[in-house]
Design a protein around this ligand. Structure first.
Ligand code: BEZ
Length: 255
């Protein structure tokens, strides 16, 4: 959900709402892990269009949303939520939140140490950091297909993944180095139905990979990737199902 300057990923909140509502719909487990309590103050990092932030606010919590995309933050504010355009690497809050929360955003932030440092500083001394994002092996088939299409079409340029998908061991170590005590961290393969199809997924989420292409080449890229993935991720019974893998954790501030 987080916009990332390095990859030129751009977000359009209206398109996101139309084709990516599954992101919030599938967040119930991380919301349960957060276990928010009435009147808690919670920071939602990479809040996107604020749909899930609003769900937490409706539970009686006081939410602050941050996202690097101005379009997403406008949408979040329209829901009556305090929200700021801030890159997740540049969080600048001090000892003010009971919890820092994030869903489907941390994999866009390629300098996890900075994000963890910002989350740690933002928390009160007994605060918790609870999040879910893409873990090692996430969208492996999608990545392979995109890589192959770029390899086969040199004029499209080189493939550079804009995502960070760590193992449990890697991320646990990052959290501990950042001063957190890890209460739980789990690796969860979660095949994810894409009801809007794979081409809309690529239009919305692979912008960082296709941004430099002409409109025509972007269309060619998307249709070639779709062709490669059809035998792997599509069936008549289930439609398109992406090979998502989640990493979900809860960690406490220790000092
Ligand atoms: C994810 O939620 O795992 C994801 C979404 C878009 C691009 C890459 C990963």
């Amino acid at each position: 959900m987080v916009s990332n300057k390095m990859t030129q990923q751009k977000w359009d909140a209206a398109e996101y709402a139309k084709h990516a509502s599954f992101v919030t719909a599938l967040a119930s487990d991380v919301v349960e892990l957060l276990n928010s309590q009435f009147s808690e103050r919670i920071l939602d990092v990479g809040c996107g269009d604020g749909e899930l932030t609003a769900v937490l606010q409706a539970k009686g919590c006081s939410l602050v949303g941050t996202d690097a995309s101005a379009s997403m933050i406008e949408s979040t504010k329209r829901r009556g939520i305090e929200a700021y355009v801030v890159d997740g690497h540049e969080l600048d809050f001090q000892n003010e939140f009971d919890a820092v929360f994030s869903n489907a955003a941390l994999h866009w932030l390629l300098q996890p140490e900075k994000v963890i440092q910002g989350a740690y500083a933002a928390l009160k001394s007994d605060g918790r950091f609870v999040a879910e994002f893409g873990g090692a092996g996430n969208i492996a088939a999608l990545l392979k297909a995109m890589q192959e299409v770029l390899d086969d079409n040199e004029e499209f340029g080189e493939f550079k993944s804009p995502w960070f998908f760590p193992t449990v061991e890697e991320y646990k170590s990052l959290l501990e180095t950042g001063g957190f005590e890890v209460n739980t961290i789990k690796f969860i393969p979660r095949p994810t139905p894409l009801t809007s199809g794979i081409s809309n997924w690529l239009e919305i989420f692979a912008e960082g990979i296709t941004a430099h292409l002409s409109d025509e080449n972007r269309k060619v890229f998307i249709s070639l990737v779709e062709e490669k993935l059809r035998p792997v991720l599509y069936s008549d019974e289930e439609g398109w199902v992406a090979d998502y893998v989640r990493l979900r954790f809860s960690a406490s501030k220790t000092k």
